[in-house]
Design a protein around this ligand. Structure first.
Ligand SMILES: *Cc1c(COP(=O)(O)O)cnc(C)c1O
Length: 447
């Protein structure tokens, strides 16, 4: 039996209709280098989606490899309750240099969804222990995505992932999210004052008093199709949360570590959240690790005699894993010493220019939006009406399959194709990716 047959015999792949694999078999990757992945036959693929947005600095990055190997020679793991280690401490010290002002306490876990669950429980308990037992609800944006566990799904609102589980989920308040491409107020990017923030004000007026926290994907609603909205919205949200005593949770799992051009998306707004979740890029996409970072003020509400029962009784076996910390430390070192963000900004501008040249005139390209190196191409049947393709046509998926044949991993989000490459991608690699993308698009859509 070959590897593909064995794979299909045993493995239930994530987020997949396994029947699709009858036609498009799993691709067995043998090795990677930089933005490239290579399959068993030596075929090359450009990893333009950063292996689900986590590969930050290329595959087999020498500095990260070395850091993990070196840590392996000392300690692979240790219980993190009452025990600690140098890599975790050094990592917190490093992160203090780059995270938004006011955040200062680090609670480790091992994946993004876990970091979100931690943030939700932490905010609930904070309110409870500071005299606000009435604050039991959570608020979130429509079309948000925060992970797949039940708490995270409850504050997510994409039917694709959540609908069937509704009876199992918490009752949360969903605020109509900014939709800048199809703005209901008829504004364009650049000429708006976040008129849509009125939805948030209305929701807070109705539910603010009973709400313990509001969670957002800052600036980019990733799974919704890389929907990008202005920093002003976050600024307004900060003020609104303060007015109602609602904690603001920033889910920077996808946007953190330079993806939006600044270290964190919140940096664009010049305000800080009360709680920030990071994961994906944290270890450069090497090891599963996440951190829920919060303020002294929140931490202090749990600090008391043991008998008062105020401790945060929350843990994960792999909390603070030393290998993950070593990888994350190496990521910070590379970001800093190799001036990655400055260089990525130049590549981002280049990508925008080249993508626009290649695709903007295509009759089915409704919008090419971008922030940092993230670029999204929204496909429509009619540019004027901005009508999306019928979901049953799976247009994005057809283009994905075509691009795969030609060596580009362009995994779509419905009708949205996107580039979210390692920040180290070069101009030549960008050109190559754009050429394959444009080719796949015209092969599937004609024109
Ligand atoms: C990926 C993602 C998560 C979930 O992280 P997992 O590690 O997949 O559980 C949560 N929020 C956002 C914004 C994400 O992009």
């Amino acid at each position: 039996m070959d590897l593909v047959e064995k794979d299909l015999k045993y493995i239930w792949h994530p987020c997949s209709q396994m029947k699709d694999y009858e036609e498009l078999k799993p691709i067995i990757i043998d090795n990677g280098k930089g933005v490239y992945l290579y399959d068993k036959n030596g075929k090359e693929y450009i990893d333009i989606v950063s292996s689900w947005w986590c590969n930050l600095l290329g595959h087999r990055n020498p500095t990260i490899n070395e850091a993990i190997i070196s840590q392996l020679g000392r300690l692979e793991h240790v219980i993190f309750a009452n025990f600690s280690h140098e890599p975790a401490i050094a990592l917190c010290e490093q992160l203090m240099e780059v995270i938004p002002k006011g955040l200062s306490k680090f609670n480790f876990s091992d994946n993004g969804s876990a970091a979100v669950e931690c943030a939700l429980k932490m905010s609930f308990q904070y309110q409870y222990q500071t005299g606000h037992k009435e604050k039991t609800k959570f608020m979130c944006l429509t079309d948000g995505y925060h992970g797949e566990t039940l708490g995270a799904l409850s504050v997510g609102s994409m039917d694709l992932y959540a609908k069937i589980y509704k009876p199992m989920l918490m009752d949360t308040v969903h605020i109509e999210s900014p939709d800048c491409y199809r703005c209901p107020f008829g504004k364009n990017r650049g000429n708006c004052s976040c008129e849509c923030f009125a939805y948030a004000e209305k929701a807070f007026a109705a539910h603010g008093e009973e709400t313990c926290a509001m969670i957002v994907e800052p600036l980019v609603q990733g799974s919704a199709g890389m929907r990008i909205y202005p920093a002003l919205y976050l600024k307004k949200m900060r003020e609104l949360c303060d007015r109602y005593g609602v904690l603001l949770i920033a889910d920077e799992i996808a946007t953190g570590f330079g993806r939006t051009g600044k270290m964190f998306a919140f940096d664009h707004a010049g305000v800080s959240p009360d709680i920030m979740c990071v994961s994906k890029g944290l270890t450069g996409g090497y090891l599963p690790m996440a951190i829920t970072i919060t303020t002294d003020k929140i931490y202090d509400a749990f600090y008391a005699e043991y008998s008062e029962g105020k401790a945060f009784m929350h843990s994960h076996t792999y909390s603070g894993n030393p290998l993950g910390c070593a990888a994350a430390l190496a990521v910070q070192k590379v970001l800093r010493e190799e001036h990655i963000l400055e260089k990525a900004a130049i590549r981002a501008e280049y990508t925008t220019k080249r993508l626009n040249e290649a695709l903007l005139d295509h009759p089915n390209v409704g919008e090419i939006r971008h922030i940092g190196l993230i670029h999204a191409i929204e496909l429509v049947t009619d540019k004027q009406a901005k009508t999306g393709f019928d979901g049953s046509l799976r247009i994005g998926y057809q283009i994905y399959k075509k691009a795969l044949e030609n060596g580009l991993i362009l995994r779509p989000l419905g009708n949205v194709l996107y580039f979210n490459p390692p920040l180290t991608i070069t101009e030549t690699e960008i050109d190559k990716a754009i050429a394959i993308c444009a080719n796949a698009l015209s092969e599937v859509l004609g024109k």
